[in-house]
Design a protein around this ligand. Sequence first.
Ligand SMILES: [Zn+2]
Length: 764
Amino acid sequence: MSHLQYTSLFFCLTSCLLGQPLQPFPLSQVRLGDGIFKDSMEVNRRVLDEIGVERALYCFRFNAKLPTGDAKPLDSWASPEPGGAFPGFYESHYLSAISLMSAQTGDAKLREQVNYMVAELGKCQQALGGTYLFASPQEEFEPKRLDGVVWYRIHKLMEGLLAAHRHAGNAQALDILNKLATWIDKRMESYGNAFEAVKKVEYGGMTEALENLYAITRNPRHHTMALAWEQRELMLDRFHKHEDFCEHANTLLAKMVGAARVAELGDTDEYHRVACENFWDLVAGSGQKTYATGGTSVHEGMPGLRALANTQSRMAQETCVSYNLLKVTRSLFHLTGEAKYMDYYERCLYNAILGSQDAKTGWKTYYQPLNANTLKDFRSNLTGCYCCNGTGLENPSQYGSTIYAHDDAGLLVNLFIASTVVWPDKGLQLKQITKFPAEPSTALVVQAKPPVALDIAIRVPAWCTKGFAVAVNGAVQNIAAKPGSYAVIKRTWKSGDRIECQLPMEFAKYPMPDKKTQLAFMYGPLVMVGDGARPWLGELVGDLDNPSNWLNKLNTGFTPVKNTSLAFTAIDGAGRELRVKPYYQIGGGQFFTGYWDIVKSSILKDDHNIALGKPTLCSCPDPSGVNVECFMRSGKAVDGQYGGDDDWYVKWFPNGMTPQWITVDLGEARAITGIEWFLTAEDIKDMAAYCYKVESSNDNKTWQSYAENPANTTAAKSFSHQKAVSARYMKLTLLPPVTAKVPPTRPKLAEFKIFGPQASTGSQ
Ligand SMILES: [Zn+2]
């Protein structure tokens, strides 16, 4: 039998496959095809254009005392000092993002922008003396001046320069970084005994950036510097022994990204690899610290083991943490080739990352709450510029980074994303044609000149427990494949060869690690969330112990909604309909429910609050500036959530002093019988006596008084008024206090309810 005719199919039943370590394909060799990831990438490309190089250069030129031209400074966290606290980090993410995007798209204009930005940064470095370069004065690196987390910020610049070099082929970026590294070396040396104290302040991925530099220069000094930033006794030794360790989650993650890079670049004693594997297992692999989306962090802290139940409203899962978890996961996958890493990677990518960008505005999430009737915390890329906006610029710019990998013998298909990869060394091009996850299949078409013998390994997802199938040129291969491994096809490939994979998706429950009656729904790798706000607040009636109950027969319990992409309905044990759709599809201002509480009988009653989940307008809608609580949107006043332990996270907290107003748009003129508005727990505790007025309107212009209390001196938990009117808009204005009992700060509103008969065709 000639070599060309040799065809056989093997399924790998162990988790290791083609040999190791694996290599990623350069981003420039992977092009996205039409689909949800390309759409998301294009939204982000628009965002990068909106920011522009001149604005990104502003803070560096400002610090170097060079002309800033007509450029307007970026706002909030990225504002130059003394107004802004953290200049430079966001702009550095921008440099990384345009470098990645130029490689992923082949866009020559973006590459020119990279070259221009690097050249201008070079001028800043010269103006600052030839070695130092950043957006803050050097004095901020003094041990007592580290409040501005300047090491965290400068590592982002190092990564930006590395990205310009690696992904956009810019040689000057490496030259600038090498010079900067000499300054960093001296600065680190000068700390002496104070260095351990310096490392107590968030310093981001200094290990990662220096190790990445070492990977290029192979200058042993860079490796030594990278290791100097580690905290072995504090954390790595503990993870090495499979013990837990918690601190600020993103601080911890950035350090682990560095450890993973050290492991990838060849630590001979495997200390770093073992520490990283154990860390990953504690956090992500075992599911003890991660939500269904793959994200983690509670109030920015790393939660303890099995301590997630009821935390999903509490500033849950900062998006930067997911960005960094993916980096650690990618490194471990390349080191070990184990499919479990790609199972997690896919879940985190489709939910916590793809779901972190608003498709209309390109705004990025900071926190990603998953409680009942919640909203995504999207923030502006121009007036917010938070840390997660920065990492968020990079995410869609590198969707192509992990779809494929290879070693000398073969190519791995890790993710089912429409794309084309070229492998010049093998003369191979592989085009993946898929509408996954809208359709549960993918096809791979080979171009090979001349024919080439190699292994193609296709991931069999852990969630694909029934019906995974693969066909080569139409010949179905009837060999069972183990979920959570790779199916390896050994063959001499020729142009036109076509592999087709069936990837049937099923519904599954994803319970909290510490509460099995609190769960999310999965469909394949997708977190399926409740669509819209409901008066029953994430409560579902069902019996988890009864095998015949709908909750245990989800694949028949959920019915696809016609003419939608991946929307389903189900009826709970109380006869109530829930409609679910993928978390990634949720945009700005859309209410959804991530986790559900399963109860045997309903305790919640619909109180005919017709304001629930309706659109709101308010006196200060934009989450920006110093409004650090901007995840508290005005929609939080109509989410049905108030009181209790989570009161803080579900209120409207406008960014300004009284008077502040909120208007609920009922969509059409509705019969109204009364209103009630609720104070927050802390205002009730403080015996706050709010003054307020309520007005009604049918055109949002002419207002009629509904109720007034402009000189109130009485504290109350809520205020209610009954009066029959017909109106489309209802407006509540919180007025300046007439007594000293109201805290002289910003007003707070826990909930604004409007009562009336449900509309006969309403969306409630
Ligand atoms: Zn962040």
